[in-house]
Design a protein around this ligand. Structure first.
Ligand SMILES: [Zn+2]
Length: 184
């Protein structure tokens, strides 16, 4: 038994070096109970448009697995759209720090959100993970915005929008857990 496990592990390590399609990888993960092999193909499948799946993929993915992938993709897409279309910004009653040019700050924030962040979220081929949003915003140049206001908005986002920013990663983790349970 021990030898067989070693053999499977050796084959797995060899196959990991090949560029194996994620669907094929997942099939082997299920067949040989390679639990470590589940996460990467799931992440790859979730960022591959369904239209890029081939006929061979369809025969190797059973319907329940396909449905988990497809519904997770749909939920992720909704979460991404929601965030891309609604730039978070504290309302005027929340006027800390005191700022004399806050209308300009808000304008710069919205413009950058739609023109830079929104475009990255909606990019048709390059996947931009939502979890990187705070880091991207921090690095982005918000010329014309009071730096204190920018810092305030970033802290406010971490506090109030953390669950929305982590939504994509939570959905991916949920899919991985469900598939782990299906395979065990
Ligand atoms: Zn301001």
């Amino acid at each position: 038994m021990w030898q067989m496990e070693q053999g499977v592990k050796f084959a797995a390590s060899q196959l990991a070096k090949q560029s194996l399609h994620p669907v094929h990888r997942l099939k082997l993960a299920r067949q040989y109970s390679l639990r470590d092999w589940i996460e990467i193909p799931i992440r790859m499948l979730l960022s591959t448009p369904l239209e890029c799946y081939t006929e061979e993929n369809e025969t190797n993915l059973d319907f329940s697995l396909y449905m988990i992938i497809a519904t997770t993709k749909e939920s992720i897409s909704t979460a991404r759209k929601r965030l891309a279309h609604h730039p978070p910004f504290p309302n005027n009653a929340d006027n800390a720090p005191f700022c004399l040019q806050h209308t300009a700050c808000k304008k710069v924030w919205y413009e950058k959100w739609f023109l830079v962040l929104g475009r990255s979220i909606h990019h048709p081929s390059e996947h931009f993970p939502m979890i990187l949003i705070p880091e991207m915003l921090e690095k982005m140049e918000h010329r014309g915005m009071n730096p204190e206001c920018k810092k305030y908005v970033l802290d406010w986002i971490q506090l109030k929008f953390s669950s929305l920013i982590h939504k994509e990663e939570d959905l991916i983790q949920q899919a991985i857990t469900t598939i782990h349970e299906m395979f065990s």
